[in-house]
Each structure stands twice: as structure tokens, then as C-alpha cells.
Design a protein around this ligand. Structure first.
Ligand SMILES: Cc1ncc(COP(=O)(O)O)c(C=O)c1O
Length: 467
């Protein structure tokens, strides 16, 4: 009899299968049943670089860079315009990742001085950067202007003066976009359109004309156009379309006061974390957005602006896998609605410090045993971390083989975006290494933290306590 705790979408899951929409493109089971990524056995990676370990399938990442760029460029060219792609570095930012991104022709979206410093240090030219954020300091703006970043996104009225004064002091003309709170909120399959979404980002639609006039009144600012980002992990194309249409109405009105060369529609394109997720292919999303833009421009009697997008998760997410070692196992008897069933708790050597998304957003993931295949029956399992927190869940629902054992390796799919970025040292856990794999070669991108790294900032230890 089926365990009543198993969610509908997991009922037919095969614990050994690697669903192609969830796992990176080079993930496969070798003849002995063990998981390989980039033609390297997961167990060998853990032997060399430790556990837990972030693994990036470089071929998958680079393939996605190409596919996403092509999707938007083709769609834009069909409506007589261009699409500029900014990789949203907050998804995954390392020096090597920056090189892959720049080599694929992308610009890079950064949202803090730290991300900007990292991208610049990795060799991203200033002209390929765009700076976001709802509270950019004068120092951050100063660094962005002196690096000649291609755009700074104005997020509040205060920032107009701030950016203008910094650009004036450096005797430069800084291109800026204005982020609009479009009132479109999209969450996975649904979207909601209100007058103003209740969140911190962007300018109210009604304030846009005055603020654009203000930007235009500054000789050290150049207005590029409007920007919107309606959320993340979105499957509902209707949300992107509605935001584009709202922004184009504003855009058309602004043409009376001068040139508006661009329209930036942000990122947020969803990926599959579980068999339940069915993202629409990116080329279809791009085509639907482009068609809506063309139709709206025709209706408004304006020419189609250049388009810009900021994809992050859709490039980095599916390329990443986290490997963990199983430490303890426990069968927990759960009684729900009068019936009792078993959930296997599988504790691994990481947790919410290397993947905060389940704790932060209730995110679901998929997992498989990585060091072997198994023919034993699937058991409803919950993969949990080693933190002192009952919400420290890595995979909320997984069908893992009932013979899963201590020291087995577990692979969790689609961890390439917002896991390393959101990682922490909660409970003084050193953060894992990250390795890129491609065609049988592994390259360490980030070394593992040590306990000494964690202690090195504590002046009570390092200066005799008198600092
Ligand atoms: C302004 C902006 N652009 C782009 C992104 C990237 O979103 P995603 O990784 O979902 O594509 C984000 C993510 O929060 C964002 O805030």
C-alpha cells in the first residue's frame, strides 16, 4: 500500500532515475550504477574535494548561456530589435563563472558593491556591468561610476541626486534606468496585477513621469529607460507579458520628453526542482514576450525599444548539484488523519548553511543516492541537515531506496543558483568547496572553508582580546 504521506507528484518516482529536466545535462549513471557528472564519478569528486561539495556541470552552464541568449536574441530580432542579456550574478558568482558569462557575450547584473568588486576583480569590464539595489551607498555609486558601468538602476527618488552628484564630481554622464514597481507580482504559476505591489523595490507608476523628468534635468545623467523585475521562479508567462505591457504604456508617454532607447524586463524565469515543475521552454517564453511587446508597441504607435533581460536561476540553477554524505538515519512514525505512516529521516553533513532555500521559502528539491544504484523499494524520506534547527531541511520529500545507509553519498539536484550565494556559517559550519566538471576534468572554483577561516575574524582570538 502506498504511504499516505507521499505527495501525489512523487508517487511514481524511481529513486535511480535522473529526470533530464531536473538534473544537469551530463549527469548519468555509470555501468556500476554510480552517479557521474562531467564524466567524473561523484564519489571521486568527494574523495578529492570533500563533502559536502557544490558541483557545477560546466557544459550544462555554458549550454544554458548559449540557449538563453539565443532565445531572447532570436525573439527580439523577429520583432526588429535586439536583446541585451545581463547574467544576474546574485544567482552564482565566482571568478570562473564570470569568465564563462563574459565569454558567452553577456553583461553582468550586480546588486551590491561586493558583487561589483568581485565581478571587476574577475575581469568583467565595467561597461559590461549593471548595478542594482534599493539602497546603494555613495561609495558603491562612486565605484560604479568610476568603473564606467553601463547602467545604474535608480530605485528611489533619493538616488537620482546621489548618482547625479557622484557623476558630476567625476565629470561623467552616467546612464541610468528607473525601476518601476509595476504592480505585477508573479509567483510560480500565478500572477497578480495590482496598483502597487507591497514591496520595497521600485518607483510607483504614478511617480514615473516626474522622476524621469528629474533624471532628464541632470546633465550628468542619461536616461536609458524603464526596468521591472516581477519576481523569481516564475512559470506564468502572463506575468512577464502584463509587466511588459504596463511598462510600455509608461514608456510611450515618456517619448514626448525625449529618447527612451531601452526596456529592461528583468529575470525570474523558473526551473524544475521536482517532477511537479513544468517550466515552459525559454525560447517559447522569449517569443511570447517579444510578440506581446511588438503588439503593444503597434497599438501605442511607437517603435519597438531595445530589450534587456536579467536571467540568473535559469542559467545557474540546473547546472549545479550538491553532494552530501549520509551520517545518521531514523524512521519516524507519523500519525496523520488517524492513519500512521513512516518517514525516513536521512541526515547529511551540510544543511541550511549550504542551502537556505527550503528554510527560507519552503523550496522543494530532488535527491538521489550517488555512489550506487539500488533495487530496493523506494521509501518516503526527508533529507535533513546537521544544524540545530528543526527547519533545517534539505529535501522535504524524496523517494530514496529503503536500503540507504550511513556513508552513502546523496546528490541533490538544481542547487546551482542561490545556494552558494545564500550560504552561511550557521552553527560554525565551514562552507563547502565548489568544483566545475567538464569532459572528465575537474577544476576547483572555490576552496572549502576551514574552521580556522571561521575563527580568523574573531579579534578575541587573534589579538589577545584587547582590540
Ligand atoms: C533585479 C533582479 N534582476 C534579476 C534577478 C534574477 O532573477 P532570477 O535568478 O530568478 O532569474 C533578480 C533576482 O532576484 C533581481 O532582483
Amino acid at each position: 500500500m502506498q504511504n499516505p504521506l507521499v505527495p501525489e507528484w512523487l508517487r511514481s518516482a524511481d529513486p535511480n532515475a535522473l529526470d533530464a529536466k531536473i538534473w544537469p545535462r551530463t549527469a548519468r549513471r555509470a555501468e556500476n550504477g554510480a552517479l557521474e557528472i562531467g564524466e567524473i564519478a561523484a564519489a571521486d569528486l568527494v574523495r578529492s574535494y570533500g563533502s559536502p561539495l557544490y558541483v557545477v556541470d560546466q557544459e550544462d552552464f555554458e549550454g544554458r548561456l548559449i540557449a538563453v541568449n539565443r532565445a531572447f536574441s532570436d525573439a527580439a530580432s523577429k520583432i526588429g530589435t535586439t536583446a541585451k542579456l545581463y547574467y544576474a550574478s546574485k544567482a552564482l558568482l565566482t571568478a570562473d563563472v564570470m569568465r564563462w558569462v563574459v565569454d558567452a557575450g553577456y553583461s553582468v547584473d550586480v546588486s551590491t558593491g561586493g558583487e561589483m568588486a568581485m565581478a571587476l576583480a574577475a575581469g568583467v569590464p565595467g561597461e559590461r556591468l549593471g548595478l542594482h539595489g534599493n539602497n546603494k551607498s555613495l561609495v558603491e555609486i562612486g565605484r560604479a561610476v568610476s568603473a564606467d558601468v553601463s547602467a545604474i538602476v535608480v530605485d528611489s527618488e533619493i538616488e537620482i541626486e546621489r548618482i547625479a552628484s557622484v557623476a558630476g564630481a567625476q565629470d561623467k554622464v552616467q546612464p541610468v534606468r528607473l525601476r518601476v514597481n509595476s504592480g505585477i507580482h508573479a509567483h510560480t504559476h500565478d500572477f497578480l496585477a495590482t496598483a502597487r505591489e507591497d514591496q520595497k523595490f521600485g518607483i510607483a507608476i504614478s511617480d514615473v513621469p516626474d522622476l524621469v523628468a528629474k533624471i532628464r534635468s541632470h546633465s550628468h545623467l542619461k536616461f536609458l529607460g524603464l526596468h521591472s523585475h516581477i519576481g523569481s521562479q516564475i512559470f506564468a508567462v502572463e506575468g512577464f507579458v502584463a509587466a511588459a505591457e504596463r511598462l510600455l504604456e509608461l514608456h510611450a508617454n515618456l517619448l514626448d520628453g525625449g529618447d527612451v532607447p531601452e526596456l529592461n524586463l528583468g529575470g525570474g524565469f523558473g526551473i524544475a526542482y521536482t517532477p511537479e515543475d513544468h517550466p515552459i521552454p525559454i525560447k517559447d517564453i522569449a517569443a511570447r514576450i517579444a510578440a506581446a511587446v511588438a503588439a503593444k508597441c503597434e497599438q501605442l504607435g511607437i517603435s519597438v525599444p531595445k530589450l534587456a533581460f536579467e536571467p540568473g536561476r535559469i542559467i545557474a540553477g540546473p547546472a549545479g548539484v550538491t553532494l552530501y554524505s549520509v551520517g545518521t538515519l531514523k524512521d519516524v512514525q507519523v500519525t496523520e488523519s488517524g492513519s500512521s505512516a513512516t518517514r525516513k529521516y536521512v541526515s547529511v553533513d551540510g544543511g541550511m548553511s549550504d542551502n537556505a532555500r527550503p528554510a527560507l521559502y519552503g523550496a522543494e528539491y530532488s535527491a538521489t543516492v550517488a555512489n550506487r544504484a539500488s533495487s530496493s523499494s523506494p521509501a518516503l524520506s526527508r533529507v535533513v541537515g546537521k544544524h540545530c534547527e528543526s527547519g533545517d531541511i534539505v529535501v522535504n520529500h524524496a523517494m530514496l531506496p529503503s536500503d540507504i545507509a550511513v556513508n552513502d553519498l546523496l546528490a541533490v539536484a538544481a542547487t546551482g543558483a542561490y545556494c552558494f550565494s545564500l550560504s552561511s556559517n550557521y552553527n560554525f559550519l565551514p562552507r563547502p568547496a565548489m568544483v566545475a566538471v567538464k569532459s572528465g576534468l575537474a577544476k576547483q572554483l572555490v576552496r572549502a572553508e576551514t574552521e580556522l577561516d571561521l575563527m580568523s575574524r574573531d579579534l578575541g582570538l587573534n589579538s589577545g582580546g584587547d582590540a
